[in-house]
Design a binder for this molecule. Structure first.
Ligand SMILES: *[C@@H]1O[C@H](CO)[C@@H](O)[C@H](O)[C@H]1NC(C)=O
Ligand SMILES: *[C@@H]1O[C@H](CO)[C@@H](O)[C@H](O)[C@H]1NC(C)=O
Ligand SMILES: *[C@@H]1O[C@H](CO)[C@@H](O)[C@H](O)[C@H]1NC(C)=O
Ligand SMILES: *[C@@H]1O[C@H](CO)[C@@H](O)[C@H](O)[C@H]1NC(C)=O
Ligand SMILES: *[C@@H]1O[C@H](CO)[C@@H](O)[C@H](O)[C@H]1NC(C)=O
Ligand SMILES: *[C@@H]1O[C@H](CO)[C@@H](O)[C@H](O)[C@H]1NC(C)=O
Ligand SMILES: *[C@@H]1O[C@H](CO)[C@@H](O)[C@H](O)[C@H]1NC(C)=O
Ligand SMILES: *[C@@H]1O[C@H](CO)[C@@H](O)[C@H](O)[C@H]1NC(C)=O
Ligand SMILES: *[C@@H]1O[C@H](CO)[C@@H](O)[C@H](O)[C@H]1NC(C)=O
Length: 454
């Protein structure tokens, strides 16, 4: 291929990721009626919305939103957790995925709040082949924050919402099953954002369903990997008793990069007003659960706009930008009384749905955390590590220096790729019976690429 034609090819890929099909449900243009009803008619609000929606659209690109696929399967009602409901091969031409691999969408039954069966969707990516054995090792991947509206399904993104994350796995011979999490894509239930206990169910049952989709393809041993919200889910999976059974094969362990495990600790370490627009997501955590305490997080003005998240399908950037024109970014300055309610809510949620809160851990477990993470604060992860270890769990923590939240995933890949590969092939874990902390410093301190939102 000549340099010239390579240039053309790259140019056409760039065009592909910048456009967005008009019939996608995410990041819709606001109507006049909506801007009046939800208090977003000022120039600043409308401009912010346009600016931040324009940042979201390239996440999904020109891939179609497959409404039929995301619709709840007819046979869902009679199904049980781990059942495969739909399997649909995708046309690789439409996606930016590992060359020579195949892409499949799955809908499967997972478990929601109170043990209720819920449909969940996701994708499976099969590598060309695996050299290591005649079976292919499977990693269940849990992505970071993408939004809470059903329109924000990672599987509907042109690259499966890769940010130098899951795509590093297939070239090493790993197959990937990547859940969207229940409530993203399919709308039978609302998404339970930032919920390690509930999100871990989707990560787990994705594997049971993947084995039904491709019998005899995967090794019995499987492992998991997640980032941010997804890393919270992996910590939840570590403490989910299901991994001690063999329904899914043999779970051998997981890697949690920048885990959001303990909500109260996270929001105490880094105050919400400086928190990159996470306010609406925090409200969503409690509303989607109809939690017994609803913390007063946003000002009345910001709460009035809150329904726009679902009405417009606001995803990763645009929900965050929604209140940037308001004083203190729409975050309430709580009275002492309100502050008490907030902390009661956070702590109660953390105990019920968090990870590293005293539940038993079952398998090998590696946590990766940047000392300088601007989203998931180092102090909160150290607290989670200390708490889990004090309760008798074994956690291995690698502290990376000088990385942002989004850089952490790719920068630590040499460590987690080897770790995953060693667990699957049965290499004994060093220091398996005690908690350890290792420090990792860069060859050169990376120059800043800006702060991400995942
Ligand atoms: C949304 O608004 C943008 C900017 O005003 C415009 O270019 C685009 O065509 C609109 N999309 C739809 C679906 O109306
Ligand atoms: C849920 O999705 C289905 C199609 O998949 C759609 O017909 C329905 O309107 C959606 N419901 C809500 C509440 O958005
Ligand atoms: C549901 O239906 C699909 C498509 O007909 C089928 O492949 C799948 O096995 C069914 N699942 C269950 C649990 O019945
Ligand atoms: C895949 O998509 C490309 C581009 O739209 C199209 O040309 C091709 O026919 C499709 N292949 C199949 C098997 O549908
Ligand atoms: C699961 O399988 C592994 C390996 O075959 C075995 O050692 C273990 O005892 C099994 N666990 C259960 C709960 O059956
Ligand atoms: C993490 O939180 C601590 C306070 O708990 C603060 O001093 C530190 O600056 C925060 N780190 C980052 C990178 O924001
Ligand atoms: C939410 O919980 C309250 C009680 O705490 C109950 O009255 C209400 O019906 C619940 N709403 C939904 C939608 O479940
Ligand atoms: C890089 O990390 C080290 C160790 O935490 C710290 O001393 C140093 O100030 C950091 N450098 C920059 C440029 O942030
Ligand atoms: C094992 O622990 C020892 C002492 O705590 C430490 O020096 C060593 O680096 C650890 N090795 C690994 C691979 O974690």
């Amino acid at each position: 291929m000549t340099v010239y034609s390579l240039g053309l090819l790259l140019a056409s890929l760039a065009a592909l990721v910048q456009a967005q099909q008009p019939n996608r449900p995410n990041d819709l243009n606001i109507t006049q009626a909506q801007s009046n009803a939800y208090g977003c008619s000022s120039k600043a609000c409308l401009e912010n919305l346009q600016t931040f929606e324009a940042l979201d659209r390239p996440i999904f690109g020109d891939a179609p939103f497959n409404y039929d696929f995301y619709a709840t399967a007819d046979n869902f009602t009679k199904s049980k957790p781990g059942d495969l409901l739909k399997l649909q091969r995708q046309n690789s031409t439409l996606y930016d995925i590992t060359p020579g691999s195949s892409l499949w969408f799955i809908q499967y039954t997972s478990v929601g709040v109170g043990g209720q069966p819920v449909p969940s969707t996701g994708f499976i990516l099969l590598p060309y082949l695996s050299e290591a054995s005649n079976k292919t090792p499977l990693i269940s991947y849990a992505h970071g924050t993408i939004g809470t509206a059903a329109a924000c399904a990672a599987s509907s993104s042109y690259n499966g919402y890769d940010y130098d994350s899951w795509k590093l796995l297939p070239p090493h011979g790993f197959a990937v099953v990547a859940t969207d999490y229940a409530g993203l894509g399919n709308n039978y239930t609302t998404h339970k954002y930032g919920n390690p206990v509930i999100n871990s169910e989707d990560v787990y049952f994705a594997v049971v369903a993947a084995r039904k989709a491709f019998p005899n393809v995967f090794t019995t041993k499987w492992a998991s990997l997640g980032h941010s919200q997804g890393a919270g889910a992996i910590w939840g999976l570590e403490e989910n008793p299901r991994v001690a059974s063999n329904q899914s094969g043999e779970y051998v362990g997981g890697v949690a990069v920048a885990p959001s495990a303990r909500l109260n600790d996270l929001l105490t370490a880094a105050p919400l007003s400086e928190g990159y627009g996470f306010g609406p997501l925090i409200v969503n955590i409690f509303q989607s659960l109809n939690f017994s305490i609803q913390p007063p997080v946003l000002t009345p003005e910001a709460m009035k706009r809150y329904p726009l998240m679902n009405a417009l399908g606001l995803c990763d950037n645009s929900y965050a930008g929604l209140n940037f024109d308001l004083p203190n970014h729409g975050i309430l300055k709580p009275t002492p009384e309100q502050d008490k309610t907030i902390h009661e809510a956070y702590t109660k949620f953390q105990d019920q749905y968090g990870a590293a809160t005293g539940r038993k851990g079952y398998k090998d477990f590696l946590v990766i955390q940047s000392h300088d993470d601007e989203i998931v604060n180092y102090t909160a992860t150290i607290k989670a590590y200390d708490f889990a270890c004090k309760k008798g769990n074994i956690v291995h923590l690698s502290v990376y220096h000088n990385l942002t939240h989004d850089e952490s995933m790719a920068a630590s890949a040499p460590e987690w790729l080897k770790w995953l590969s060693d667990r699957i092939s049965g290499v004994p874990l060093a220091n398996a019976t005690k908690c350890t902390i290792q420090q990792k410093t860069p060859l050169y301190v990376p120059s800043r690429s800006g702060f991400g939102l995942a």
